[in-house]
Design a binder for this molecule. Structure first.
Ligand code: GAL
Length: 751
């Protein structure tokens, strides 16, 4: 215990006590303005009969805020101590409306739903409440000229009663729009901003309409993902009888103006397809337009969804009569499916299936037009990954015709055996080489690590108390070696628990913008605020798939579609990291239910896992090179994600080339040794004293690799590899640069 205390004292004492700064005024103003614009450009106008919206400016509104609660964001890591929160009443007033309960001009009804991590939402709240129904009935009886409904929710709701009610003129879907969300609602309702958002997840009529609902509330154990690849619109647009369950389809969103789309060219080249689309504003007011490009496929050997999103882009603000040419592109590799059954004759491979591919261009999956086609004469094997995930006892999987069939045999999966490494037996008082020397190229990482005892290397493989009292923990923190205490902080919608910061719209709303540039801007704004409050690693973005409409964390994740998830995450990460702050993709992978997230090990076919649940992570890793990835609490096919060697090393590192740091989620239930052996670098936020207990029992004179029970799992080399990755991440931080400069300065002044 003495050594640990000594290490801790050294670590904390030397770490820069840079308490969180206050955001400067300019940053606060910029953050608020951007949060408001991002929310307004992402909100989805689902219904607008007879141009109910926009309302005449300065008009009267009778506001029916049924619960009186405005939800800027969701509970848990996404919560933010906001600089300010503009709720919907304030936002409507801010743009000049007069709130008058006696008026019968326009009724605005707000439907609000809470959602938070570690909980799932109840089916009861998927439906309108009695109070909401009574309020609507009263409004209809009162003879209002217009009725507008605003949905401020962290999960899907059954909107059929509103969609099918002719007296409800307009429905605006706003998820959790952040600290300026009320003002953004005012901007949309007044027409100051023309809505341009689209649904990034389907809204259906009943919870049981989603195939994932069977078993979702069975919290006793593993959930079999029997719907397989048919998730979201892939299910509703493919499986017989599913279409009519949809109230508002994927990609649906209205505007106050009209647009004409003319596809001028579809070019199928060797490795990619290019689609040029001319967008013209043919209406009377300026507006932005996203264009979504899908493909459908027939004649293949394998099962495929009826339609799949392949690319999308958004115009700038087009004045009436103005046009803009968008060029969308997607790689042929993106069309490949993972053949886990061997129908192509190549089991365990990415295959571009034979058949006729049609390119479709438009908006929602129901509002597209064929724009071109190309043929693939025979199945092409594009890649056969070295590592395969075990497909354990998934009894059956859904097929495109609605039938179920058995799943292929399980592949054997076991943690790989890592070589032995070298360690010192006794600690050095004063290392001859520091991390600064490695950064200056005066020493190699190996020379640097050779100075460490196993215990010192292990110290880098778990989290340490936060230096900033408002953060979520330190990583590194070995000052005698020049390893800074990198500070981590939440969260996806803003710097959490620290000083007051900007409350940005939630991920699900931002994805609805279908504007990659907007996600980049949000990431940049978040990175700016993290850097200004002296944080090094932001624990965001979250990009798990919306598999079930009531998962408690859907608001914090982007979409039911892996392309939207991957593109949104990649742009967000590029933005954050452009400010010298690390981003952390989370929760890797397949965290689709919150209530029993720490314990469940869901059962997923390898095809569904790779094509749906991993695809977004793969894109974000390859396109944005995040500094870190956080593994999920949940598990798949018998292993917790944090201890899943195939996931954390086999796929993430060996296949995708990820070279950053992996960390566990907070307080996982798995022993640190197993996570380390899987190649998971840092146990957060602490090892709970596990290392001391092991040392007390077995001593560190003996390297772990010599311990029989660890020989198969953990070797010194594994610890050394993780320690090196942690050091490389610390070297990227602004904190390390500051401390290195300060050290150089003090050395110079000492001469
Ligand atoms: C967990 C959450 C992570 C991260 C962590 C630190 O509960 O799942 O995403 O936010 O807390 O606060």
């Amino acid at each position: 215990m003495k050594t640990r205390k000594a290490l801790m004292v050294v670590a904390v004492a030397a770490a820069s006590f840079a308490l969180a700064q206050e955001l400067d005024e300019a940053t606060v103003a910029k953050g608020a303005a951007f949060s408001r614009r991002a929310a307004a450009e992402s909100m989805v106008l689902l219904k607008n009969e007879g141009a109910t919206l926009p309302l005449a400016q300065g008009g009267k509104i009778a506001l029916y805020d049924v619960t009186g609660k405005y939800r800027a964001g969701g509970g848990g890591s996404s919560d933010v101590k906001a600089v300010r929160v503009v709720d919907i009443p304030s936002g409507l007033k801010e743009v000049g409306f007069v709130l008058d309960p006696q008026s019968r001009e326009t009724a605005v009804v707000v439907i609000e739903r809470a959602s938070r991590e570690s909980h799932d939402n109840s089916e009861e709240w998927f439906e309108l409440s009695n109070k909401e129904r009574e309020t609507l009935a009263g409004i209809k009886a009162a003879g209002f000229a217009k009725i507008v409904v605003v949905c401020n929710s962290g999960h899907a709701i059954n909107l059929a009663p509103l969609a099918e009610d002719p007296s409800v003129g307009a429905i605006l879907w706003i998820w959790y729009p952040g600290g300026e969300g009320g003002a953004a609602v005012g901007d949309i309702v007044s027409g100051k901003v023309n809505p341009s958002g689209r649904l990034a997840s389907t809204l259906a009529r009943a919870v049981r309409d989603w195939p994932s609902d069977s078993g979702f509330r069975d919290y006793r154990g593993a959930v079999p993902y029997e719907e397989d690849i048919f998730v979201g619109y892939r299910y509703f647009e493919t499986i017989p009888g599913a279409k009519e369950k949809v109230v508002y389809p994927f990609g649906h969103g209205l505007s106050y103006t009209d647009f004409r789309l003319q596809t001028s060219d579809v070019r199928s080249q060797e490795s990619e397809v290019l689609v040029s689309v001319r967008v013209t504003n043919t209406g009377k007011v300026a507006g932005k337009r996203s264009v979504l490009c899908y493909t459908s496929q027939k004649g293949g050997k394998a099962e495929h969804p009826a339609i799949e999103l392949r690319a999308y882009g958004k115009t700038g603000l087009l004045q009436p009569g103005a046009s803009e040419e968008l060029t969308l592109s997607f790689a042929k590799r993106d069309l490949a499916y993972f053949d886990d059954e061997g129908v192509s004759g190549n089991p365990g491979s990415w295959v571009l299936d034979q058949g006729e591919y049609t390119v479709l261009v438009g908006g929602s999956v129901r509002d597209v037009a064929p724009a071109g086609s190309f043929t693939v004469a025979a199945p092409e094997v594009l890649e056969t990954p070295g590592f395969k995930l075990r497909t354990d006892t998934l009894a059956r999987r859904l097929r495109a015709d609605g039938s179920y069939t058995a799943v292929p045999l399980a592949y054997p999966t076991r943690p790989g055996r890592l070589g032995k490494g070298k360690v010192r037996k006794t600690p050095m008082e004063t290392p001859s080489v520091t991390l600064y020397d490695v950064a200056d190229g005066k020493a190699t990482m190996d020379q640097f690590l050779d100075q460490m005892t196993l215990k010192e290397m292990l110290f880098l493989c778990y989290g340490h108390p936060r230096v900033d009292p408002n953060g979520t923990g330190s990583i590194g923190a070995l000052a005698k070696f020049g390893i800074s205490a990198a500070q981590t902080c939440d969260g996806p919608a803003g710097i959490r628990r620290s000083i007051k910061s900007t409350y940005f719209p939630c991920a699900a709303l931002l994805a609805s913008s279908f504007d990659p540039a907007l996600l980049r801007e949000v990431g940049t704004a978040l990175g700016t605020e993290a850097a200004e409050t002296d944080f090094d690693i932001l624990l965001a973005p979250g990009l798990c798939i919306h598999r079930h409409p009531l998962c408690g964390r859907n608001f914090e994740y982007f979409s039911e579609d892996p392309l939207v998830s991957g593109v949104s995450a990649a742009e967000y990460v590029k933005g954050v990291q452009s400010r010298g702050v690390g981003a952390t993709l989370k929760h890797f992978a397949g965290n689709n239910r919150e209530a029993t997230r720490r314990f469940e090990k869901d059962i997923v076919s390898e095809r569904a896992f790779r094509e749906i649940y991993l695809r977004g992570f793969e894109r974000a890793v390859k396109e944005a090179k995040p500094w870190a990835i956080m593994t999920a609490y949940s598990g798949i096919n018998g292993y917790n994600c944090g201890e899943h060697y195939g996931l954390v090393t086999g796929i993430l590192r060996d296949e995708w080339g990820f070279d950053g740091v992996t960390m566990t989620d907070w307080w996982t239930t798995v022993p640190l040794w197993r996570e380390l052996a899987a190649g998971n670098d840092v146990k957060m936020p602490s090892d709970r004293g596990e290392i001391d207990r092991k040392a007390a029992k077995e001593g560190f004179g003996v390297t772990l690799a010599e311990r029989a029970e660890d020989a198969d799992l953990l070797t010194v080399e594994a610890v050394r590899t993780s320690a090196a990755r942690v050091c490389r991440m610390v070297m990227k931080t602004l904190r390390f640069a500051r401390e290195k400069a300060a050290r150089a300065e003090s050395a110079a002044s000492a001469q």
